[in-house]
Design a binder for this molecule. Structure first.
Ligand code: TRP
Length: 334
């Protein structure tokens, strides 16, 4: 039976935090161990250019994200792990898809619409500060996905629309030319909580105020102690379900441990005590990987070699796909 192909990209504009780990990295690495599937994970550094004009930050983030996945035990002999910009066929395909994707479809992309709306609200020109990169973002993402005939695309909710657009673009291409592309599907894992920020808002790369994954113990403890709670005293029952402390606990603990903590909340555990236990739990899961991360982050040459090897493997697929695409549209030797 053919293996199911899973693919996901990580935009290189930040430092991985606990929310990324729980919601994306940990489940992706676990899935990549499954023999019935084949995983493609990549650093979406060309996507990063859309939101970030700081070269230093993009380089730093690429290094941190790669070191993070390796430190957490991604088996790069099995999974393909590469950097988008090392696969020139992806940008080539992006152009071909640009010539196929309807502009009207792109007009409906949430990220673009939100940018227009905030300009309008500010009384500015609707196109103010909107680049063609932002507008065409879903097409680059479609190229990432369609290039490797990926079937399942694990993403956060905010990216579902982009995967559906990739599917639309693939369908249109297959219809206009020949059946070249596999139709992808978004895979949204509901089991993993969307973590909240320390102040209770959603933990996302675009906000500050998250807990980076590989802090030293002291800083980790400090940030956990800073998680916003209410003023309920020890002994007063606490509501677990709207608490960031409990949410994080549930993301790291077993089902039994989670049930126990729920009872402790209801019995009025002190916030200080709950946070202390939370620190110990998270720290014990991450301590080994943190040591590994420290070694890796100081060995960029090694990380680079892993990425280049991944790119070499990925290009075995992308060069064949690009040949098919070119042939389909009539870009061919005479
Ligand atoms: N746009 C995705 C995000 O911001 C990252 C990404 C780029 C991606 N290319 C992809 C995700 C292809 C899945 C598949 O999270």
């Amino acid at each position: 039976m053919a293996k199911q192909r899973i693919l996901t990209g990580i935009t290189t504009t930040g430092t991985p935090h606990l929310g990324n780990y729980v919601g994306a990295i940990r489940p992706a690495i676990a899935a990549s161990r499954d023999e019935s599937s084949e995983s493609f994970f990549f650093l979406a550094d060309y996507h990063a250019l859309i939101k970030c004009q700081d070269p230093q930050l993009i380089r730093q983030s690429s290094r941190e994200i790669a070191a993070t996945w390796l430190a957490l035990g991604l088996d790069t002999d099995k999974a393909l792990f590469y950097r988008q910009s090392d696969i020139p066929e992806i940008t080539e395909l992006t152009w071909v898809l640009c010539c196929n994707a309807a502009k009207g479809l792109m007009n409906r992309a949430h990220a673009y619409k939100a940018a227009v709306q905030s300009n309008e609200e500010a009384g500015a020109d609707p196109d103010f500060a909107i680049t063609m990169g932002l507008f065409s973002y879903p097409i680059l993402m479609a190229a990432d996905i369609l290039m490797f005939s990926a079937q399942k695309i694990p993403v956060g909710r905010d990216q579902i629309q982009h995967v559906e657009m990739a599917r639309d673009i693939a369908q249109r291409f297959n219809h206009n030319f020949t059946e070249v592309f596999t139709l992808p599907e978004a895979l949204v894992s509901d089991g993993t909580a969307v973590l909240h920020r320390l102040d209770g808002r959603k933990m996302s790369k675009s906000y500050k105020n998250t807990i980076p994954l590989f802090l030293d113990e002291k800083t980790l403890l400090k940030l956990i102690n800073k998680i916003k709670t209410n003023l309920l005293e020890p002994g007063e029952p606490k509501q677990p379900d709207d608490s960031t402390v409990f949410q994080l606990w549930a993301a790291f603990a077993s089902a039994e441990e989670t049930a126990r903590m729920r009872r402790e909340f209801e019995a009025g555990i002190a916030w200080g005590e709950a946070k202390k236990q939370l620190f110990e739990l998270i720290n014990s899961e991450l301590a080994g990987a943190r040591d590994q991360y420290k070694r890796l982050i100081n060995d960029p040459a090694y990380i680079e070699s892993v990425l280049l090897r991944g790119a070499e493997r990925a290009r075995q697929h992308s060069s064949i796909m690009m040949q098919k695409v070119r042939a389909a549209v009539g870009i061919a030797a005479l």
